[in-house]
Design a protein around this ligand. Sequence first.
Ligand code: AP5
Length: 210
Amino acid sequence: MALTHVVLLGPPGAGKGTQAKQIIDKLGLVHLSTGDILRDEVSRQTELGKTAKGFMDRGDLVPDQLIIDMIRGRIEAATAGFLLDGFPRTAAQAEALSEFATIDVVLNIGLAREEVVRRLTGRRVCRGCGEIYNLTFNLAEGETTCADCGGELYQRDDDKAEVIENRYDVYEKSTAPLIDFYKKLGVLRTLDGSAGSECVFSEIIGILTA
Ligand code: AP5
């Protein structure tokens, strides 16, 4: 029986989104990415999106209560299992999560700051299907369309060098302490995010289906 209440933890650019797409294809969990949900709110110019945009553009965290209110119902509705990507990110979010869901496993994907900066400056994302690319390994310089759906590729507003540095600082201060939090609960598994994407994926599937 596969583990079905799963959290992906890790710094920006560790590969959470890349792995999430493959995991849900294989295991059929509901992918709940707080970053994707927020970007959708921003693009639709909702009240939440307007509030969140400033925090996101600076690489700061959106206030805890807004995030908890946004995600709680979605988690409770995912009765067949969920894959949380980008949540929780603070002690307050982790405490709140523990009040409305149990967590089977936290997959902590580690990656050093220099590699994070290198990856995120080269990242491009498809506006159509959300496929994630990188100029350093699967996208030719100057390519502007998605190989899967033909959608336009774009660079995220928060993938500028100075914002990436702040995102990593914020990760170290606010999110990295969750590693100990989940280690104490006995649900933490740590993976090396600098390994190839397929290698990380097969390790994850091994953990989730053991
Ligand atoms: P969010 O969208 O969650 O961004 P993030 O956590 O910073 O993570 P990223 O999406 O940047 O990276 P990733 O780990 O998914 O890497 P990816 O797979 O794309 O959050 C954005 C903002 O929203 C936050 O800054 C905050 O403002 C707000 N927010 C979101 N959640 C929040 C919350 N809970 N509380 C408060 N605020 C919140 O990979 C990166 C690149 O590397 C890609 O180009 C990919 O192709 C490449 N790559 C992936 N894996 C590999 C590999 N193994 N080898 C080589 N390259 C690889």
